[in-house]
Ligand binder design. Structure first.
Ligand code: ZN
Length: 135
């Protein structure tokens, strides 16, 4: 991921989607702490678990929660773009497979770390930190 034009294209794509989400939610995304917690867990939950989480969380509405969560997820990717750590796994700091980034430009973990987290989440509480797998 050293191609500047490609990074710029990703940045535009993420920004446009965030703008769209903001309009749909119509509120201040940054101030929503519960949504932050929501998005922190989002990547380790399946659809059924997300539905259960939403029921308990008391967020404004299911649709809003999804939009806010997605916007925060995308904003995190924009931040990584801005600071030059885009395309690097947030857990192990190795480069993420370009094909994986192509499929989801906002993806924040490499395959190994993602799978590790998903596995760990099935066995333990979500709010505990998950160690990076040894390689
Ligand atoms: Zn990793």
């Amino acid at each position: 991921m050293r191609n500047e034009e490609m990074l710029e294209a990703v940045r535009k794509r993420l920004s446009a989607r965030i703008e769209q989400l903001r309009e749909e939610v119509g509120s201040d995304v940054d101030s929503d702490q519960s949504a932050r917690e929501y998005v922190g867990r989002h990547d380790v939950l399946d659809a059924g678990e997300i539905a259960a989480e939403r029921e308990q969380s008391g967020l404004r509405g299911e649709l809003d929660a999804l939009h806010v969560g997605e916007a925060l997820y995308l904003e995190a990717a924009l931040h990584r773009l801005a600071v030059g750590s885009y395309g690097v796994c947030v857990d192990c700091h190795r480069e993420i497979d370009p094909a994986r980034l192509m499929a989801n430009p906002a993806v924040e973990r490499c395959q190994a770390c993602q799978e590790y987290r998903e596995k760990a989440a099935r066995h333990a509480a979500f709010d505990r930190p998950v160690a990076v797998p040894a390689r």
